[in-house]
Design a protein around this ligand. Structure first.
Ligand code: GRG
Length: 297
């Protein structure tokens, strides 16, 4: 399969769906808030999480179109996390996705609130009437629960706290794995899992997808560590070396780059093996797993 055209096609579908949620949003008294939300949402993200959600549904023979509201909600949650992560009180970054970070353009208060708005809007979308046209109410509830768990204090928020608290400290493999699985892996894994649930996957399919998701989630953050060490700033849209400057706990920092690459490759191999229970419809998931190793941004 041609992964590049698959990603382009899905990205366009997701972008159109996202735009529809924000139509006319800049006309009312909250226009500045919506401008700030849209600034980061449409700043050129890869849309990895929503694409994984769609590909998860397709892998189990489901209709990728039915997951679109949840796929969009995942991108809203991801974008909120980036805006907050870039704030001076957290990572204090000036550039994201190749453009000035949200607070650099809109100020800290509006950036904070734009993140809050995106997070809350995600849960509004996932709990709105339209969602049960695509899935049973019990499935919708389960999906919302999985995503809230992955994004909240048992997932991404916990990982972010551990990441901040361990800055500049000695770390071991257990700590770096905790940070990476929670900060980044949890939402990635939930994306593909929820897609497969909405797509109607049975227990065997869902446990295979869960294993795939957990492995690629961690592998993705290891690529991020490696890119920060040796990536091309022109392609990444930000300067490398920031992890080291901030004393971040990373896989290459704990194990060295070669060992980190070995672990990453094993994670991806195991992820792809977990997909053996599926036919060609899981090919996009297989290709995405290999892309995680090869990605340049
Ligand atoms: C603020 C609660 C809270 C959490 C923040 C996601 C996160 C937790 C911090 C971001 C720090 C960071 C750069 C982590 C590396 C992995 C990662 C999430 C990279 C960005 O995701 P991509 O590559 O971004 O999917 P795009 O821009 O393509 O959407």
């Amino acid at each position: 399969m041609d992964l590049k055209s698959y990603l382009v096609e899905k990205r366009e579908t997701i972008d159109n769906a996202l735009k529809a949620y924000f139509e006319d949003s800049e006309k009312g008294p909250s226009r500045d808030l919506f401008r700030a939300m849209k600034y980061s949402l449409f700043a050129g993200g890869k849309r990895l999480r929503p694409i994984l959600c769609i590909a998860g549904a397709e892998a189990v023979g489901g209709d990728g179109g039915k997951v679109l509201p949840v796929a969009c909600a995942l991108e809203l949650i991801h974008t909120y996390s980036l805006i907050h992560d870039d704030l001076p009180l957290m990572d204090d970054d000036d550039l994201r996705r190749g453009v000035p970070t949200n607070h650099k353009v809109f100020g800290e208060a509006l950036a904070l609130l734009a993140g809050d708005g995106l997070l809350t809007e995600a849960f509004r979308i996932m709990s709105s009437d339209g969602i049960v046209q695509h899935m049973a109410p019990a499935t919708a509830l389960q999906v919302i629960n999985i995503i809230a768990t992955a994004a909240g204090c048992a997932g991404m928020v916990a990982g972010q706290v551990a990441d901040i608290q361990s800055e500049g400290k000695e770390a071991d493999l257990e700590l770096v794995e905790f940070i990476h699985r929670h900060k980044t892996g949890a939402l990635i894994s939930a994306s593909v899992k929820c897609g497969a649930m909405i797509g109607g996957g049975d227990m065997e399919a869902l446990s295979a997808i869960a294993l795939y998701g957990d492995n690629i989630g961690l592998a993705f953050q290891i690529s991020d560590d490696l890119l920060d060490l040796e990536g091309d700033p022109g392609v990444m849209g930000k300067e490398p070396g920031s992890d080291q400057k901030k004393g971040k706990v990373t896989y290459p920092g704990v194990l060295g780059a070669d060992e980190a690459r070995c672990i990453q490759e094993k994670l991806v191999r195991d992820a792809v093996t977990a997909l053996d229970v599926f036919d060609y419809r899981a090919d996009p998931l297989r290709e995405i797993a290999w892309y995680i190793i090869k990605r340049k941004k």
